[in-house]
Design a protein around this ligand. Structure first.
Ligand SMILES: [Zn+2]
Length: 402
């Protein structure tokens, strides 16, 4: 799937029309509903299904960019809301965009800011125009609309950016879910219109005029609360607006996990088979395997990095809470089946000591292991798909009994 679009570009005094290509997505193998694919972005290729670490403030907390590269991270996520407030979009744009600002040459995806803004329950007001909200940092007032969210994301310059949507709260009644879904659709159209008119402003293209150059890709987001019929309608109408990729949003907002899965499974049926599918904000290692099996290509979650900072480690033998005293005398590696440099070098008692002593290194090492575990889990799934095997979750077991 190659998307070419015409871009008007001023060159000297003349205006030239050039062909711009955003992303390409190729499916290399299927196993059941699962797909192994390749997503080609302006900043490199990504093998899918992929887990995307979250780098909220242009930083994946606890690990430097060279380590992320070593871990094989090909794409990470930035949060528009947080970057918009600090350091501000204009500063990042002037410095050449997020890639150059954070010294990350590989792909980046930014969210639209919608999810964070909607999490500010007491600090926001939603109208058809957009959302007025107060900064969680200093209480200052701001306004985000589909147009403003596009302007911010074009200024930040991620490879993949997201339409501005309303994340419907849970629980919500049918009328509320429909109204919210309808507004998200209108916002999707406004997001696309602004994006098409302004995408040539992405900072990494600079003044370069080439015969064909890469531009950002804008993904649409399916909403509709927890009603399957609304999800179907949202998917079909978002596809009608037309995007090079589709996300499933509005999940992991407090609903039972069985319902999350039901909504994902039924929504996928209404998304195009040849476009990337991105499930936002999930999940545990078991869940990312399960969603890849359903045909999801991209996932992100703060869980591995956040849990790491709280001493919760995901291993092939189940979850480990490294703060527990029982690891003091257990002189084995964190995960005997993990090839990461933390498991190769350090013992459980040492990691437990670092955590108990509140050493910064505890956060660093824990994060490296958890990210490594997530990335390896996805690589195993991809490998199984390529081999045509049914993808299992044998690399992830339940928590061992104390
Ligand atoms: Zn490890």
């Amino acid at each position: 799937m190659i998307q070419y679009t015409r871009v008007e570009r001023a060159s000297g005094t003349a205006s030239v029309t050039i062909l711009a290509v955003s992303i390409e997505f190729h499916i290399e193998a299927r196993s059941g509903a699962a797909r192994a694919g390749r997503l080609i972005t302006p900043h490199g290729d990504i093998e899918t299904p992929v887990f995307m670490p979250v780098g909220t403030l242009a930083s994946v907390k606890g690990v430097s960019q060279d380590i992320l590269e070593e871990l094989g991270v090909r794409i990470l996520l930035g949060n528009t809301y947080h970057l918009y407030l600090r350091p501000g979009v204009e500063q990042v744009r002037k410095l050449g965009g997020l890639h150059r600002f954070m010294a990350w040459p590989r792909a980046i995806l930014t969210d639209s800011g919608g999810f964070q803004v909607f999490s500010l329950n007491e600090l926001r007001k939603v109208t058809e125009d957009g959302v007025t909200f107060r900064s969680h940092l200093d209480g200052s007032s701001h306004f985000l609309s589909p147009e403003a969210a596009m302007q911010a994301q074009i200024g930040l310059g991620a490879d993949i950016i997201m339409a501005f949507d309303e994340c419907t709260e849970y629980p919500a009644d049918s009328a509320r879910m429909r109204a919210s879904m309808e507004m998200t659709l209108r916002w999707a159209e406004r997001s696309k219109k602004y994006f098409e008119e302004h995408k040539h402003e992405v900072p990494w293209n600079g003044s370069r005029v080439a015969a064909a150059e890469r531009t950002q890709a804008l993904f649409g987001i399916v909403q509709g609360g927890m009603e399957l019929q609304l999800r179907k309608e949202s998917a079909e109408r978002t596809v009608g607006v037309g995007f090079p990729g589709y996300a499933i949003g509005g999940l992991s907002v407090g609903e039972p996990r069985s319902l999350t899965r039901e909504v994902v499974e039924s929504t996928i049926e209404h998304l195009p088979a040849d476009k990337p599918r991105y499930l936002m904000g999930v999940g545990t290692p078991e869940e990312i395997v399960a969603y890849a099996k359903l045909g999801i290509d991209m996932m992100d979650c703060v869980l591995p990095t956040r849990a790491a900072r709280h001493g919760l480690l995901f291993t092939s033998e189940g979850k480990i809470s490294i703060k527990q005293a029982r690891y003091t005398g257990d002189d084995s590696p964190l995960d005997p089946n993990c090839g990461c440099k933390v498991c190769q070098r350090y013992s459980r008692p040492y990691l437990r000591h670092l955590y108990a002593a509140n050493e910064v290194l505890a956060q660093v090492l824990n994060t490296i292991h958890n990210l490594s575990f997530y990335l390896d889990t996805m690589r195993t799934v991809r490998h199984s798909i390529l081999l045509g095997k049914e993808t299992g979750s044998s690399c992830v077991q339940s928590e061992p009994k104390p």
